[in-house]
Design a protein around this ligand. Structure first.
Ligand code: MN
Length: 386
């Protein structure tokens, strides 16, 4: 089990749960980083007494310095602050639970400093998968998945001694708030409706991604990198109850599933205790009270996220970074009531068709592709919806 951790994104839903898990396991929290929620960060600092903290927003960082001047805690800011936290040398694992592309650089910093990463930030692998996995291999660093589906697959793969025995991965998806709805219904859905996830309570960006199925698409890309598997060997299955977190099919057609309550505490704790397990504050699952588990084929005609992402990872190079950036921007526009729900994946698809992918050799290549895609989406805002 790990002894010392850093939590990047400590005020988000995964970060908050991670602190509860760490507290229960008596793991020391040596660093905390947030985007700008300094009031909650201050409470966390007073409880966990980290050595260093980082606030992405510079003004908020200054305010925090004043508010905690009675404490002996170093306050860093900006992306460099996050990166500095990701390389405290005696830390066993950095949990990266920030939202969006800003998570990529701190992941690379931890890797280059030989620190294992528990990864809840999917953009890191979607946009920078080639770079991240290649550098992790080089520095002998472990990337432990904290996304519930990937943790499930990772757990199901523990008995896999030969990769050729693997047939396919089955990613489960709740289907989000609009499961079973038609295109004509989706034309007028509101942001409030899209933000109501049936089973998981998460941040707004990922909740919208669940509604468009972009979340599942991005998870396919994530799985390609984490498990070094062909995208055509990854299937998606709608499973409304979110009890089976994903499955692995072996070549004898035996399927192994990981099952449990819908609580991010499970994948977080497994990343902290791997390869061991230990008692948890996560609730026991009572299957008799669940009663029935249901499964459906995803409706890829109505929800385009999965096919866009599969196309992007097959094209390769900078394309996953391009569609990831376009999606982040499109979700922002939707949350600002500037585009409709169906336009989110239309924008991402148009961006995919507009750009040619180039090779990824450095972080700059990724950040450059990311910026071009964002500019493209913003510049064309008046055209969206035509
Ligand atoms: Mn997930």
């Amino acid at each position: 089990m790990v002894k010392n951790v850093v939590v990047l994104g400590s005020t988000g839903s995964v970060g908050k749960r991670a602190l509860e898990i760490a507290k229960n396991l008596e793991i020391c929290v040596k660093g905390l980083a947030v985007f700008n929620n300094i009031s909650l960060l201050e409470k966390q600092i007073r409880i966990f007494k980290p050595e260093k903290v980082a606030v992405y927003d510079e003004n908020a960082a200054e305010k925090l310095k004043n508010n905690i001047s009675d404490l002996n805690v170093e306050v860093l800011s900006g992306i460099d602050g996050l990166c500095e936290l990701a390389k405290i040398d005696y830390v066993d694992i950095v949990l990266n639970a920030v939202s969006g592309m800003i998570g990529l650089k701190p992941t690379l910093c931890a890797i280059d400093n030989g620190i294992n990463v528990a990864l809840a930030n999917k953009e890191t692998l979607v946009a920078g998968g080639a770079l991240v996995m290649q550098r992790a291999k080089k520095s002998g660093v472990r990337i432990l998945p904290v996304d519930s589906e990937h943790s499930a697959i990772f757990q199901c793969l523990q008995g896999c001694y030969n990769k050729k025995d693997l047939n396919r991965l089955i990613l489960t998806a709740s289907g989000g708030p609009f499961f079973g709805k038609s295109i004509s219904y989706l034309k007028t859905v509101t942001k409030e409706a899209a933000l109501k996830h049936p089973n998981w309570s998460m941040g707004p960006k990922i909740t919208i991604d669940s509604a468009t199925m972009m979340n599942k698409g991005l998870e396919i890309i994530e799985a390609v990198w984490l498990f070094d598997i062909d995208p055509d060997k990854i299937d998606v299955l709608i499973h409304r109850e979110s009890i089976i977190h994903s499955m692995v099919e072996y070549n004898d057609n035996s399927i192994i599933a990981q099952i449990g309550v819908a609580d991010m505490g499970l994948p977080i704790q497994y990343a902290f205790t791997y390869p061991d397990r230990c008692p948890s504050i996560v609730e026991k699952l009572n299957l008799a009270s669940v009663g029935t588990l249901s499964f459906f084929k995803p409706d890829n005609e109505t929800f385009k996220g999965i096919e866009i992402c599969k196309a992007a990872i097959k094209i390769g190079g900078t394309m996953p970074a391009i569609i990831n950036a376009a999606n982040e921007e499109a979700v922002k526009l939707f949350l600002n009531n500037q585009v409709s729900f169906l336009e989110i994946t239309n924008i991402v698809n148009k961006t995919l068709n507009y750009f040619n992918a180039t090779e990824v050799n450095s972080l700059e290549d990724i950040l450059n592709a990311d910026k071009l895609a964002r500019d493209f989406v913003r510049k064309n805002i008046i055209r969206w919806g035509e």
